[in-house]
Design a protein around this ligand. Structure first.
Ligand code: TRP
Length: 348
């Protein structure tokens, strides 16, 4: 039995990093049909764990993320797409799992540690934020998901989820399923950096390309990308390692893109070799990257515009609500099994 679950925090629109890191894989899985059930969750409650004072941002992002999903090809007829806060059983499960995790274990979670540093929380870490790996374990286990398509940054979350599952199953009864991450097949896609090459893509740093961007906006972003700071003149030898433009090409460019847009090279290795020996300008490489991105994201943008026209926000929310009603049934069933395993289903 293969059950797939994954999700995104609605803290803004989704970008090309989300796409190669996870969305693309989800759509492939959906279309392959090689699973028994698939859930995609908009993790609004998790998003609130560091946005308690910014409810509107989270609220408004729910429909934006839904449009991004539809544009990428997720189909609510094949996949249950739902809103985390509309499945309150997830809170209840988290409440019981909390007793199976120590504070020091949470503090050691590398992803959380990193995010705490990024957000500058220092000593003022919201408890909900520190404990979100527990709630994420509830998200996954409520549906008995064994496969979780995510980017590499989420691996520590899954490790922690497996630990909680093992503790629960050992202590009470084996009702929970240990989940496994499904990473992108191209490892370069697992951790696509921002356009500056130094940070993760983040809206506030202005270093991302959103799926909703127009062709002009994408082009402008590509042209402003960092490259190799030692590659000043076209004749100079260049570095491709750690060079954001080449990292993006690693993630997106295929041999077909070369024959379509840059036939003087057969593939990326040839282009890199030329850049490294000198004589290849940044502009030419960026122009190619822009064409590659347009080939991949142009159709997604068009679909997004069409969906935005056809489905006003209340309709998008209604599709999500239907998904949530369905998701709730499964989560309630698991919660019932969990309580029985724990011996706290007092009136049964
Ligand atoms: N933490 C994930 C992110 O930041 C979102 C998320 C919440 C998630 N619950 C999940 C991902 C369960 C996979 C499974 O993108």
């Amino acid at each position: 039995m293969d059950i797939v679950l994954t999700g995104d925090r609605p803290t803004g629109r989704l970008h090309v990093g989300h796409y190669v890191g996870s969305l693309k894989r989800r759509v492939e899985m959906q279309n392959s049909g090689a699973y028994d059930k698939m859930y995609v969750m908009i993790a609004d409650a998790q998003a609130l764990s560091d946005n308690a004072d910014n409810i509107d941002k989270v609220k408004n992002s729910i429909s934006e993320v839904m449009l991004d999903y539809l544009a990428c090809g997720l189909d609510p007829k094949k996949v249950t797409i739902f809103i985390q806060s509309e499945v309150p059983e997830l809170c209840e499960l988290s409440f019981y799992y909390m007793n199976l995790v120590t504070l020091s274990r949470l503090e050691r979670n590398p992803t959380v540690k990193n995010e705490i540093a990024l957000r500058g929380f220092k000593q003022s870490i919201p408890v909900g934020f520190l404990t979100y790996p527990i709630s994420q374990t509830a998200d996954i286990t409520a549906f008995k998901a064994n496969l979780v398509p995510v980017g590499e940054d989420q691996l520590p979350m899954l490790e922690q989820a497996r630990e909680i599952v093992r503790s629960f199953n050992t202590l009470y009864a084996p009702v929970l399923v240990e989940p496994k991450a499904v990473l992108p097949s191209n490892e370069k896609c697992s951790r696509l950096p921002g356009l500056d090459g130094a940070n993760k893509m983040s809206k506030s740093l202005g270093n991302c390309i959103f799926l909703a961007y127009s062709a002009d906006e994408v082009k402008q972003k590509v042209m402003s990308m960092f490259t190799d700071p030692t590659h000043l003149r076209v004749e100079d030898k260049g570095h491709t390692e750690g060079n954001p433009v080449f990292i993006y090409l690693d993630a997106f460019a295929t041999d077909e893109h070369f024959s379509a847009f840059l036939p003087e090279y057969q593939n990326l290795s040839e282009l890199k070799a030329h850049y490294e020996r000198g004589g290849l300008g940044d502009m030419k490489v960026k122009k190619f990257l822009n064409q590659v991105l347009e080939a991949e994201f142009g159709p997604i943008r068009e679909r997004r515009q069409q969906f935005a026209k056809d489905l006003p926000v209340p309709e998008l929310l209604n599709i999500l609500h239907q998904g949530s009603i369905e998701a709730r049934k499964t989560a309630a069933q698991t919660l019932d099994e969990v309580k029985t395993a724990m011996g706290i289903n007092y009136h049964k």
